[in-house]
Design a protein around this ligand. Structure first.
Ligand code: C2O
Ligand code: CU
Ligand code: CU
Length: 490
């Protein structure tokens, strides 16, 4: 019975009574898990097996999950610019999966999108020539209409690109010590401790959100850090939740990288908003040795405004608030005096930051992201479109040419959508009506569009019509419901 519910991917699932908050309170504060690191530059293909496993989110309870390699999620893939990564993705599951390299500038033929599904029992061996800036990327399954449940149950992992020719001069970089990859997600558990998921009704319209926050697969864990500067590689790997991160004591921190590479200089912030699929690297100063919690503001993204989402989604979707701002805990940090702080001073500029493109756009394309509601209860007739079209695997929506700089104008009607483009990193020109300094914002591959955005894209790799690239909303329930399109690059 568990099994059937567990793999009712995309199908209807009746919400079982949720475990009460007390059951989770005891789980918080366990040590932050570090994913296993898999270096993909060794020449020979290295296996990444999509298989079933179990994971102890809750002490003493084995929760059935999916993952790349057993257990929940997959290893942290580490690759180097200038080398060829050779993952061998084996599908040990009974349904098609894929592995999309989110943020990588690789040809459509190895991009891992929905056209490149791996049938059960087969192994896919793409060759990934890595030639792009160092940064924090990720990978996840990307099956047509099944991405939401497959990522939710664990078919995702983080990826780090290093660039031997552009060392990140002076930033903390000892993985697991002062350089922490953090995949932030929200998850729901039923009374038996199984993960629960639904993409029906309000969860389909607004995206699936849940009340328990997990980081690297642990509920609100605690990281023990040295009393110095620590780099956090934040990935919003949630299906739909938008985070607005801030420390409980409002300490300032510095953002040093966005989705696809370093910023030209560290930018001081007190909060940081990340939509699904987005990444940011921040550097936090723990030299005061004080413990502190990382919080997030609640997510009220909804086509009907915050109040309506509260009534329709129920308060059960919101993590428990810890203060009057209704912020909730994501994880905590404690300083371990036994650890040596290697970095105490932030560099003034980041020499490895990628250079902006020179040149004017040769054409403009428009992408209008829209939720067509099926009435108040989200029932019949709900559809998700981009410029009036729902995803159709047999339709190529756009044809682009390599090397052309294009202006892509994205509009969001009624709620914010994280717009993602495969095969490139883009520069922001404007966001929600305000001009953006592209050098300060850094290169991106997801942009959270409240009302409108203009970005410059340029593709260096090709994608033919058999394996086109995708653009889509990274709220996975929106993507699965059709808010996605395909394009070739010739
Ligand atoms: Cu991270 Cu097309 O996705
Ligand atoms: Cu992608
Ligand atoms: Cu969306």
């Amino acid at each position: 019975m568990h099994r059937r519910r567990f793999l009712a991917t995309g199908g209807a699932m009746i919400a079982a009574p949720a475990l009460i908050g007390r059951a989770f309170a005891a789980e918080a504060g366990r040590p932050l898990p570090m994913p296993e690191v898999l270096d993909l530059d060794a020449g020979a293909p290295q296996e990444l097996a999509a298989i079933r496993g179990s994971h102890e989110f809750l002490s003493g309870t084995d929760t059935p999950v999916l993952g790349f390699g057993g257990g929940y999620m997959g290893p942290l893939l580490r690759v180097k610019r200038g080398q060829t990564a050779r993952p061998a993705v084996r599908n040990g599951l009974g349904f098609p999966v894929s592995s999309h390299w989110h943020g990588l500038h690789v040809p459509g033929s190895v991009d891992g999108g929905p056209q490149l599904f791996i049938p059960p029992g087969e192994t896919w061996k793409p060759e990934l020539e890595i030639d792009q800036p160092a940064g924090t990327y990720w990978y996840h399954s990307h099956i047509h209409m099944q991405t939401g449940p497959q990522v939710y149950y664990g078919l995702a992992g983080m990826m780090i690109i290093e660039d031997p020719d552009a060392p990140d001069g002076g930033l903390p970089s000892t993985l697991g010590e002062d350089d922490l990859p953090l995949a932030v997600q929200d998850r729901a558990f039923d009374a038996g401790g199984a993960l629960s998921y639904s993409s029906n009704g309000p969860a389909g319209m607004m995206g699936f959100r849940a009340a328990e926050i997990v980081v690297n697969g642990a509920i609100r864990p605690r990281a023990n850090v040295p009393a110095g500067l620590v780099r956090l590689r934040l990935l919003n790997a949630s299906n739909a939740r938008i985070y607005d991160f801030a420390f409980e004591d409002r300490r300032a921190f510095h953002q040093v990288a966005s989705d696809a590479g370093l910023l030209r200089a560290p930018a001081q912030r007190e909060n940081l908003r990340l939509g699904p699929g987005e990444r940011a690297e921040i550097v936090v100063d723990f030299s005061d040795a004080k413990p502190v919690r990382l919080l997030s503001a609640p997510d009220e993204n909804s086509p009907m405004g915050g109040m309506m989402s509260f009534f329709m989604g129920g308060s059960g979707n919101q993590p428990e608030a810890v203060n009057r701002r209704d912020e909730f805990e994501v994880m905590s940090f404690a300083v371990d005096q036994g650890k040596t702080a290697k970095v105490l001073k932030l560099p003034q500029t980041l020499a490895g930051a990628p250079k902006l493109w020179a040149g004017e756009p040769v054409r403009t394309r428009r992408f209008d992201l829209n939720v067509h509601g099926g009435g108040m209860m989200g029932g019949g007739g709900m559809s998700m479109t981009i410029s009036g079209q729902s995803m159709d695997l047999n339709v190529i929506n756009h044809e682009v040419r390599t090397g052309d700089i294009e202006l892509w104008e994205v509009t969001s009607a009624s709620m914010a959508h994280p717009f993602h483009v495969h095969g490139t990193s883009f520069q922001i020109v404007s966001l929600d009506g305000r001009k953006v300094d592209p050098a300060a914002a850094g290169f991106k591959d997801v942009i959270l569009v409240e009302t409108s955005a203009q970005v410059l894209v340029r593709f260096d790799q090709k994608a033919d019509k058999r394996t086109p690239y995708m653009y889509h909303c990274h709220i996975l329930e929106h993507e699965d419901a059709g808010m996605m399109g395909q394009f070739t690059v010739s």
